[in-house]
Design a protein around this ligand. Structure first.
Ligand SMILES: Nc1nc2c(ncn2[C@@H]2O[C@H](COP(=O)(O)OP(=O)(O)O)[C@@H](O)[C@H]2O)c(=O)[nH]1
Ligand SMILES: [Mg+2]
Length: 232
């Protein structure tokens, strides 16, 4: 068995129920390193990870965007897969994402909206999914000259460490993925997707409040427009 020159990064903020549920499905032995970046858990997530020998990194300020950077700066493998152990993401796709990088992609995304994929939101109107898809459509329209990317926002993704650092991301909170996707499009990166099945949250609470997070995505859109860099 060859070990992947890749770090499995767990993004954690009070996810003890999810950690317990997915733990045995994580392909830890296939990855050169596993580490967790913790946003300030107080529910036992940190202890759970430490007991299993996973280094738990703190972040200087909260936010998923900061966590992405902390992970990239802390490890030394060629590649990174970002995984959120809250029940939404399917552990079976972790290695598939790294495979896309091995096949030549620069950014690999588990898509909730590609043909064959499933989005966790149920019901007729699915407002979160609609907003997601609208933001994705706009990003493609404005920034993408390659094949259509169906999910620019999902955090379940993989990329090369040096490339991520080179993107010089500035977003501190949730829209980090949107900024990465847009910058990848603008640089003409090869973006590959696999359809994924988004599961239901295992326990705890979502930290992504719809309106503030939606607003932050719009802000990223504006600040990524050519010539708009002073806006931030
Ligand atoms: N390290 C870290 N992880 C975070 C932070 N905020 C959220 N997360 C994790 O990111 C993942 C996605 O967050 P979640 O609230 O489920 O967002 P949603 O899936 O869009 O509802 C979960 O695993 C969270 O625990 C943070 O500030 N730092
Ligand atoms: Mg989630």
């Amino acid at each position: 068995m060859t070990v992947r020159d890749c770090t499995l990064v767990l993004l954690v903020l009070d996810e003890i129920d999810g950690l317990r549920a997915v733990w045995d499905q994580l392909p830890l032995d296939r990855f050169a390193r596993t580490l967790a970046v913790d946003g300030g858990s107080t529910d036992g997530s940190r202890e759970f990870l430490a007991e299993r020998g996973v280094p738990v990194l703190d972040q200087p300020i909260p936010g998923r965007g900061v966590a992405f950077r902390v992970a990239a700066e802390a490890t030394d493998t060629e590649r990174l897969v970002f995984f959120s152990p809250d029940g939404n993401e399917d552990p079976a796709d972790i290695e598939r994402l790294d495979d896309l990088l091995l096949e030549g992609a620069d950014l690999a995304i588990a898509s909730r909206f590609a043909p064959g994929a499933e989005n966790e939101e149920k019901g007729l109107l699915r407002p979160r999914a609609r907003v997601n898809q609208a933001l994705t459509w706009i990003a493609n329209r404005l920034f993408n000259e390659g094949p259509y990317v169906t999910d620019t926002i999902n955090g379940f993704r993989a990329l090369r460490r040096a490339a991520l650092l080179d993107l010089d991301t500035t977003v501190k909170r949730f829209p980090i993925e949107y900024q990465i996707s847009i910058r990848a499009m603008r640089r003409g990166w090869r973006i590959a997707e696999i359809p994924t099945r988004e599961g239901q949250r295992e326990g705890g609470a979502s930290k992504a409040l719809s309106w503030p997070v939606g607003k932050d995505h719009l802000k990223v859109l504006l600040t990524e427009l050519p010539g708009a860099r002073g806006l931030r």
